[in-house]
Design a protein around this ligand. Structure first.
Ligand code: NAP
Length: 224
């Protein structure tokens, strides 16, 4: 593990993307809270993921309890639920890093870029929460399918956007723990481009009949 072992909440950890992130973080030795609206569902996911990585520390919790217990809170809920979940856990977020993987997809046309007013869904969350929470956008372009397959090293960089360089660096460390390369990608407003890229990747997935096309930044030194 490259970063110290952390208490990490994954809100939406029962879902496709959240469970994949939780699995890889738990495998790396982090203590992971699976946040859910449904205690039984969260407990089931903890059992399921725990069977894949024996010895991993995975615990079920409500969104609020998970956020309160963690120093890093990861949000992996559908765009339609993003703001409500953030408002629900807001009292527990002060002084913490909120990693938001939300992509503002508008079903059914998810392969078409349809950014919200103000462009970035994650930048809107930073505006909502103010300076007391360091919001970092990450994992928008990493397919859940690949995250859940521990035998697969995803050929996809994690573009990490946020206004606080130290918070971005923490998230890049977590990405490395998950077997992924994180890349500093600038301020939180830049998340608009990352969010848009997901629809581009979905279009590529459809055209080439693959489960998880990814992106790779070229021209960087090997040791970043
Ligand atoms: N799937 C991917 O490959 C992928 C890749 C990159 C980014 N993302 C982004 O990650 C987020 C989650 O995507 P997903 O595919 O993992 O979705 P998902 O499988 O539907 O899971 C999302 C989780 O969010 C919770 N949730 C659903 N509706 C909610 C509501 N109204 N209020 C509160 N919580 C709710 C559910 O947990 P409980 O029922 O346990 O509460 C659910 O398990 C999305 O923003 C998506 O754009 C997904």
């Amino acid at each position: 593990m490259t970063s110290p072992s952390l208490e990490i909440a994954v809100l939406g950890g029962t879902g496709a993307e959240g469970s994949g992130i939780a699995l890889r973080l738990a495998k790396a030795g982090h203590r992971v809270w699976i946040g859910s609206r449904d205690a039984e569902k969260a407990a089931g996911v903890c059992t399921e993921l725990g069977a894949l990585v024996p010895g991993a520390v995975l615990r079920p919790a409500t969104y609020r309890d998970a956020a309160a217990a963690a120093s890093v809170v990861i949000l992996t809920v559908p765009y339609a639920a993003q703001q409500a979940v953030v408002q629900d856990v807001r009292p527990a977020l002060s002084g913490k890093i909120l990693v938001d993987a939300t992509v503002p997809l508008v079903p059914p046309k998810v392969a078409r870029v349809q950014l919200p007013e103000g462009d970035s869904a994650v930048a809107a969350i930073q505006q909502l929460l103010g300076d007391e929470v360091r919001v970092v956008a990450a994992f928008q372009n990493v397919s859940a399918h690949h995250l859940r397959d521990l035998d697969h090293t995803p050929e996809c960089d994690v573009l990490v956007c946020g206004n606080d360089v130290e918070a971005r660096t923490v998230v890049i460390g977590l990405a490395k723990d998950m077997g992924l390369r994180g890349v500093h990608a600038g301020v939180i407003e830049n998340a608009a481009a990352v969010e848009a890229l997901t629809s581009v990747l979905i279009a590529i997935n459809k055209r080439y009949k693959v489960a998880g096309a990814g992106i790779r930044i070229t021209g960087l030194p090997d040791d970043i």
